[in-house]
Design a protein around this ligand. Structure first.
Ligand SMILES: CC(=O)N[C@H]1[C@@H](OP(=O)(O)OP(=O)(O)OC[C@H]2O[C@@H](n3ccc(=O)[nH]c3=O)[C@H](O)[C@@H]2O)O[C@H](CO)[C@@H](O)[C@@H]1O
Ligand SMILES: C=C(OP(=O)(O)O)C(=O)O
Length: 429
């Protein structure tokens, strides 16, 4: 299995292009199931999760093609993909495919809305909590679906089609919001989603659905209203910039020092995280073509954070922020409120010399002067990249194994960091 070798100590200086967001690209690709016309998506990142979802969609009958530019720039740019679900040939999403990635479960909404039935395996995904699907089941039932769980599969049927209704989520869920919003676009009448997720990826999906002919109001607020339509049509949509990749590299620069332009980044998508980074001592400025992050000389201050749904501090940046806090001056308290098991990076950061102890939902990080490189391993995507960030500032060599986690969500990670002066390489093995 491949690993990533990082030799710490170098500052980061230069330009890092920000890719299209994984967490937007995935639901956008799934939206192609809602129409028999072609959905064209540009700025799609080249990631393992995108390849995995492509396989799942192809299994349903989606025709998939890519036409990136065939010149030297191509490898640096997001790809443009065309997805055409002229006919759904199979309404089953099998365990072998769905168990690898949480978001693949979301096909249940479009398949049910378009074909009036679906059989979708219970999902997998990052091991960060139990991650049930009760909100999806209750939401689809509210739209009139009959639902049974059979041998690990969610079997949904709506022989007379879905009917618009009020769907109230007990807790904010990004995936359940995506799924019910997509299903409701083809239901009869109005659907109101109450306590909807406000994440930028929900807004991006809503914008694409609107371009496909859906009528949606309120995306980005806790109440979304959808007027169902008999059919949607093809469209062209560009995937929004990845706010988690943006925050990750901003934290890497805060960690190592230096001066990097995060090209194409949108500050309005991660104000809470940027505010926290400024409090910690990073200088962040908006420029015409992105965000510039600098830290020159000054130390990093300890800051407390609590993860929250958007616009709060994102759980997907918690591990990276913890890595930064391992070298801060003072004690930081990091509280995780979204997932009950998202501190798996703590014991690995400890291998590098970090001082962290956990009390319930909070981790207390006492900054240390020096981290020292070591072999480490992570069990999920953001935890893995937090170890890379720590390795960039550690003395000596850090080797991060289970690189396939990083490949799920970070496009050309080693290349982007190397171009800014980091000593980082992939070791095949
Ligand atoms: C591919 C993608 O976009 N993944 C993101 C998405 O995951 P995902 O959509 O899976 O996360 P949710 O927003 O659904 O999860 C939020 C919380 O709701 C709970 N819950 C959710 C559904 C349900 O039916 N029942 C239930 O109890 C979850 O266990 C969790 O505690 O949002 C998370 C929260 O911002 C991010 O960390 C993930 O990166
Ligand atoms: C948790 C994540 O992904 P997933 O929901 O696909 O497990 C993530 O992107 O950090």
């Amino acid at each position: 299995m491949d690993s990533i070798k990082v030799v710490g100590g170098a500052e980061l200086n230069g330009i890092i292009p920000i890719s299209g967001a994984k967490n937007a690209a995935l639901p956008l690709m799934i939206a192609s199931l809602l129409t028999d016309e072609t959905l064209t998506l540009s700025n799609v990142p080249r990631l393992r999760d995108v390849a995995q979802l492509t396989q799942i969609l192809q299994n349903h009958g989606v025709d998939y093609s890519v036409n990136g530019k065939r010149n030297g720039q191509d490898e640096l740019e997001g790809q443009t993909v065309h997805l055409t679900a002229r006919e759904i040939v199979d309404t089953t999403a099998p365990y072998e495919l769905v168990s690898k990635m949480r978001a693949s479960f979301w096909v249940v909404g479009p398949l049910l809305a378009r074909c009036r039935e679906a059989r979708v395996s219970l999902p997998g995904g990052c091991a960060i909590g139990t991650r049930p699907v009760d909100f999806f089941i209750d939401g689809l039932a509210a739209l009139g679906a009959d639902i049974e769980i059979e041998a690990g599969y969610v079997v949904v049927k709506a022989p007379n089609g879905l009917k618009g209704a009020q769907v109230v989520f007990p807790k904010v869920s990004v995936g359940a919001t995506h799924t019910i919003m997509m299903a409701a676009t083809l239901a009869s009448g109005e659907t109101e989603i109450v306590n909807a997720a406000c994440e930028p990826e929900v807004v991006d999906l809503a914008n694409c659905l609107k371009a496909m002919g859906a009528e949606i109001e309120g995306a980005g607020t806790p109440t979304i209203r959808i007027q169902g339509k008999p059919r949607l049509h093809g469209a062209h949509h560009a995937v929004v910039a990845d706010r988690i990749e943006t925050g990750t590299y901003a934290m890497a620069v805060a960690m190592t020092g230096g001066n990097v332009l995060l090209q194409g980044a949108r500050g309005d998508l991660l104000e809470s995280a940027l505010h926290t980074l400024r409090q910690a001592g990073a200088e962040i400025t908006e420029e015409a073509n992105g965000l510039r992050v600098r830290r020159n000389g000054n130390g990093i201050q300890a800051v407390d954070i609590t993860t929250e749904p958007f616009p709060g501090f994102p759980t997907d940046l918690q591990a990276q922020f913890m890595a930064l806090m391992t070298k801060a001056e003072g004690r930081s308290c990091i509280t995780e409120t979204i997932f009950e098991n998202r501190f798996m990076h703590v014991q690995e950061l400890a291998r590098l010399g970090a001082q962290i102890h956990i009390e319930g939902r909070s981790a207390f990080v006492d900054g240390v002067g020096t981290l020292r490189g070591a072999p480490v391993m992570a069990t999920d995507l953001r935890a893995s990249v937090s170890l890379v960030i720590a390795g960039l500032a550690a003395e000596g060599e850090t080797s991060v194994s289970r690189v396939y986690h990083l490949d799920r969500g970070f496009e050309r990670l080693e290349d982007k960091l190397t171009r800014c002066g980091a000593q980082i390489e992939r070791i095949s093995g």
